[in-house]
Design a binder for this molecule. Structure first.
Ligand code: NAD
Length: 481
């Protein structure tokens, strides 16, 4: 299906029931490093979803039965991914822009996540077992899961859904973002070799296909990662059929830097957290509140790091930051920076796109900026870091909380206990001390407060979101041989 100018041996057809899903239409996939179309992705139609959900439903009847077998098959899937990382990573870089090493890292993390769930024990929960009664709480799979993902981490965020959903005994239909469909399609093709037919189905298409996956009658659960605006639409559509939802949505993560920090050390860590994946990361630091006594030195240190950053084509050695992932994203970042400058912000590094083809925008630091400017108040989701000042800690915390979002946050101090006290006052799903999003791990719950989401992913808590509880209650089982 795919035609690539670059050498590209991977097949990227849609997978349904363990085989290619024949499609008659395609859509363009753009390489953000050139701005040119480099491949065609298969466009699955909403009508074809009937067939796809049908095979997923049929496959689930058997997949749900044997817990031990599921673990073994998922371990085989880990090995299948690990054996193909270099070629998969190249495809991810071509469609998403991130440097090759980071694309490889994304597949390695995805494999690690899958391994965690393959090895996760699901203990029996016997609540009562005495002479009078036996009561057990069972976690049953829900059936078929619709998984819908964004373009910033197309593989890892899909695996956050696929791994727990499959481990719990569900089957999955996953749809990557139309900006980055190829790497997930290719992974689906590879995983066919180890997963029973119909257990993991990968479709691709434009946004209406996502909407059709929510309204379709077969899936009982929708797991969505994307913007808050679309998450709202998903919640409304799912409610009509009382489908369960997990929504991982936007963020506008604050970092609060107290006056007692070592500025140079903090700057390095903040820079890494703010600009990883070009800031196109739900858990990137998006606004910094620095105590007024250290803010100028922090701006200086961040500026130095930003100016030294190597921005370029992600397929080339030495590139630290690739292009932004798409033209709309590039335009949005430019417009937010232009708006900030018109409101009096001072650009100390970056600030305008690179003069070349592709969607390149260098790491940008903004000084002399305050709350109320769009780049501070909105989720910019790009390589721009506004560095604000505060005098009073309580004021900093209030401003950190003054957002519709509550995904992750951080507090930085040489006194971790003092920082922990402040962390408790921040309304977010994870608040890290002296790091940002310092514990996004397979075994810890990850999710947003307020408009950053509903429910969590990861750990047993994330797995539970793919199960319905059932109580089995009966007479005592004591004394029976
Ligand atoms: P998006 O909401 O535009 O799209 C996400 C996915 O939803 C895509 O696959 C898209 O095709 C599909 N979609 C679009 N309309 C739909 C509809 N009506 N019904 C069902 N599906 C539909 O988001 P994006 O631009 O791809 O990603 C960026 C956003 O994702 C940012 O807001 C970011 O914060 C968020 N995000 C959140 C997390 C998290 O874990 N909280 C992680 C990464 C990204």
């Amino acid at each position: 299906m795919t035609t690539l100018n670059d050498h590209q041996p991977l097949v990227t057809s849609a997978t349904s029931g363990g085989v290619d899903l024949a499609t008659s239409r395609t859509f363009d996939v753009v390489n953000p490093a050139t701005g040119g179309v480099f491949a065609q992705a298969p466009a699955v139609t909403a009508e074809q979803l009937d067939e796809v959900f049908d095979v997923a439903l049929t496959a689930q009847a058997e997949w749900k039965l044997d817990d031990q077998r599921r673990c073994e098959v998922l371990r085989a899937a880990v090995a299948a991914i690990e054996g193909r990382v270099p070629e998969l990573a190249r495809l991810l870089t071509l469609e998403q822009g991130k440097p090759l090493s980071q694309s490889s890292g994304e597949f390695a993390y995805a494999a690690a996540w899958l391994r965690y769930f393959a090895d996760l024990e699901i203990p029996r929960e016997i609540v009562r077992d005495d002479e009078q009664a036996f009561q057990e709480v069972i976690r049953r799979p829900m059936g078929v899961v619709s998984a819908i993902t964004p373009w910033n981490f197309p593989i890892l965020l899909a695996m956050w859904k696929i791994a727990p959903a499959l481990r719990a005994g569900n089957t999955v239909v996953v749809k990557p973002s139309p900006y980055t469909p190829l790497s997930m399609l290719a992974l689906g093709n590879i995983l066919r070799e180890v997963l029973p037919a119909g257990v993991l189905n990968v479709v691709a298409g434009l946004d209406p296909l996502g909407a059709a996956m929510v309204s379709h009658p077969v899936p009982r659960k929708v797991s969505f990662t994307g913007s808050t605006a679309v998450g709202r639409q998903v919640a409304v559509a799912a409610a009509a059929d009382l489908k369960r939802v997990t929504l991982e949505l936007g963020g506008n993560d604050p970092a609060v830097i107290l006056e007692d920090v070592d500025v140079e050390t903090v700057a390095q860590s903040l820079f890494a957290s703010g600009f990883a994946n070009n800031g196109q990361m739900c858990v990137a630091v998006k606004r910094v509140y620095a105590h007024e006594s250290i803010q100028p030195r922090l701006v200086e240190a961040l500026t130095e790091l930003a100016r030294a950053a190597k921005v370029g084509d992600g397929t080339l050695d030495g590139t630290e930051f690739g292009p932004l992932a798409s033209a709309p994203q590039h335009e949005r970042v430019m417009s937010l920076v232009t708006d900030a400058v018109s409101r009096g912000a001072r650009v100390t590094a970056g600030g305008s796109p690179l003069d070349r083809d592709g969607y390149f925008f260098p790491p940008t630091i903004l000084d002399q900026i305050s709350d109320g400017v769009r780049v501070v108040d909105e989720e910019q989701f790009g390589p721009v870091l506004p560095v604000l000042t505060f005098r009073d800690e309580a004021d900093a915390i209030a401003r950190a909380n003054r957002s519709e979002y509550g995904l992750t946050a951080s507090v930085w101090s040489s006194d971790p206990e003092r920082a922990a006290d402040l962390a408790l006052a921040i309304d977010a799903g994870q608040v890290s001390i002296n790091a940002h999003a310092g514990a996004v791990l397979p075994n810890l719950p990850f999710g947003g407060h307020k408009h950053s989401g509903i429910g969590v992913e990861n750990g047993p808590w994330g797995l539970h979101e793919y199960t319905d509880l059932q109580v089995i209650a009966g007479p005592s089982r004591r004394g029976r041989s």
